[in-house]
Design a protein around this ligand. Structure first.
Ligand code: C5P
Length: 406
C-alpha cells in the first residue's frame, strides 16, 4: 500500500526513551509513501542521534532555529508551510506543557506555534511514565491541547522503561502508522455506528470436528477498518479467524452461526449500518455429539442430520429499524458465475438496499478482490484491487447512498 503517497510529514522528536520507536516509525512512514522531515529537540538528541534519523528519512535533520541552511533563516516558517501534518512522536509531558502555553524557545515548539493552524494539523503521540501521564496537570494539558485543535493519540499500556507498569507508553510504530493513515482518510461516516460480520462460522459435529468454510475474514476486517477510518464507531462480529483486530474497532468473537446470530441481534438495535460479509454456514448438525464419533469397524458412515441456520442478514433486514430506514443493510454474495443476475436475485430475496457480489473462488483467502455493487437501480463495478482499497471505496459508496459523502 502507498496510503501516504504525496504526504509531507514533519516528524518531531522530543526527549524520551520512546525515541527508539521513532526510528521505526520514520521508516514506516517513508515506506507508506510519505516524505518525512525530522525535527529534533536537544533532549531528543540525548536518546537517538540525528545521524540515524537522517539515514532513515533520507533528509538532513533540523534541530535549531538558528540553522543557517535556510536562505531566509526562518526554518520554523519554511518547515511548517511545507507540511501536510506535524507529528510529534514521542511527545514528552514537558513538550505538551510547552505547546499548551504557546512557548517558542526552540525550533520544534516555535514551528508548532507558527504553523497555519487550519491547514497543518498537529498530531501528538504522548510518551511518559505512568505517574506523569496520570498527573492532573498532564491530563489537563491533554484536554486543553485537544480543545485547541490538536489530535492527541491514545497511549499504550504495559511495562515501562523505568520498570513500572501502566499507561503512558507511546503507541507502537505500526499502531501510530495506522492512526496517521486513518487521520488522512475522508470522514464520510462520522456519527454512524457500523456493525460488520466477518469470517466463516464453525458448526460442531462432535468435540473435535466441525463444518466450516474457506472464508478468511479479510474482506470484513478491511471493511471494519475502513469504516473506522471514515469516522464511524465500529463493532465487528468475527467468526473463527486469525486476524488482528483493526485499531479502534470493537470485536466480538463467535464460533457458530447461532452465536453470530445472537451477537448480531444484540448489537443491531444500536447500529445505523449493518454490513454482512460473513460466510455463514447454511446448515448445522441437528445435534453435536458430546463425545468424539468413532469408527465402529462396520464400514458404515455415521448418519448426520442437519437443520437450517437462521439467515442473519435477512432477519436484520426485516427488522422495523431497517424497514424504516434507520438501519442501512448491506449483504455480500459469493458466487461462482453469473454475478450480476445472481446478485440481483439475492438482493431482492434478502430484502436489502445494497448487495455486493464477488466471485467466491477468486477471493477466498486472497488479499485482493473485485466487487459488483448492486442496488435497486444499477450495478457499479469496483475493479480488482487490494481488499482495503475496495473496502474504502465501498464505505464511500455507502456514505454517498446515505447522503453523507465527505
Ligand atoms: O444466501 P447467501 O449465504 O449466499 O447470502 C450471503 C449473504 O447473507 C452474506 O451477506 C452473508 O453474510 C449473509 N448471511 C447471513 N446469514 C446466513 C447466511 C448468509 O447473514 N445464515
Amino acid at each position: 500500500m502507498n496510503d501516504l503517497a504525496g504526504k509531507h510529514i514533519v516528524l518531531g522528536l522530543t526527549g524520551g526513551i520512546a525515541c527508539y520507536k521513532a526510528a521505526e516509525l520514520c521508516r514506516a512512514l517513508v515506506k507508506e509513501g510519505a516524505t518525512v522531515q525530522v525535527v529534533m529537540t536537544e533532549a531528543a538528541g540525548q536518546f537517538i542521534t540525528p545521524v540515524t534519523m537522517q539515514a532513515l528519512s533520507n533528509r538532513s535533520v533540523y534541530g535549531s532555529q538558528w540553522d543557517a541552511r535556510e536562505a531566509n533563516n526562518m526554518a520554523h516558517i519554511n518547515l511548517s508551510r511545507e507540511a501536510d501534518a506535524i507529528l510529534i512522536a514521542p511527545c514528552s509531558a514537558d513538550f505538551m506543557a510547552k505547546l499548551l502555553h504557546g512557548r517558542a524557545d526552540e525550533l520544534l515548539s516555535l514551528m508548532c506555534l507558527a504553523r497555519p493552524i487550519a491547514e497543518v494539523p498537529l498530531l501528538i503521540a504522548p510518551a511518559m511514565n505512568r505517574e506523569m501521564w496520570a498527573h492532573p496537570a498532564t491530563q489537563r494539558n491533554v484536554a486543553q491541547l485537544k480543545a485547541d485543535g490538536a489530535h492527541v493519540f491514545d497511549v499504550g499500556s504495559g511495562e515501562q522503561a523505568c520498570g513500572e507498569v501502566g499507561d503512558g507508553r507511546m503507541l507502537e510504530p505500526d499502531e501510530l502508522l495506522a492512526e496517521v493513515v486513518a487521520f488522512f482518510q475522508p470522514k464520510s461516516l462520522l456519527g454512524q455506528r457500523v456493525l460488520v460480520t466477518a469470517g466463516p462460522t464453525y458448526e460442531a459435529i462432535d468435540p473435535v470436528r466441525g463444518i466450516t468454510n474457506l472464508s478468511s475474514g479479510k474482506m470484513g476486517f478491511a471493511i471494519a477498518r475502513a469504516a473506522h477510518e471514515a469516522g464511524a464507531e465500529v463493532t465487528l462480529v468475527a467468526g473463527p479467524v486469525h486476524l488482528a483486530t483493526p485499531r479502534g474497532v470493537r470485536r466480538i468473537d463467535v464460533k457458530s452461526a447461532q452465536n453470530m446470530h445472537q451477537a448480531v441481534m444484540e448489537q443491531a438495535p444500536d447500529a445505523t449500518i449493518f454490513i454482512a460479509t460473513a460466510a455463514v454456514a447454511d446448515w448445522r448438525p441437528a445435534s453435536a455429539a458430546e463425545q468424539k464419533i468413532k469408527k465402529d469397524g462396520t464400514g458404515q458412515a455415521p448418519a448426520l442430520a442437519f437443520v437450517e441456520n437462521p439467515d442473519i442478514l435477512a432477519g436484520v433486514a426485516q427488522s422495523e429499524r431497517a424497514r424504516g430506514g434507520a438501519l442501512y443493510c448491506v449483504g455480500f454474495a459469493a458466487e461462482s458465475h453469473d454475478l450480476l443476475a445472481n446478485a440481483q436475485v439475492k438482493r431482492a430475496r434478502k430484502g436489502v438496499p445494497l448487495l455486493v457480489g464477488n466471485i467466491g473462488p477468486a477471493t477466498f483467502g486472497q488479499d485482493d478482490n473485485a466487487l459488483l455493487l448492486v442496488d435497486e437501480h444499477r450495478a457499479v463495478e469496483l475493479p480488482r484491487a487490494d481488499k482495503l482499497t475496495l473496502a474504502r471505496q465501498l464505505v464511500a459508496e455507502i456514505a454517498r447512498r446515505l447522503g453523507h459523502a465527505a
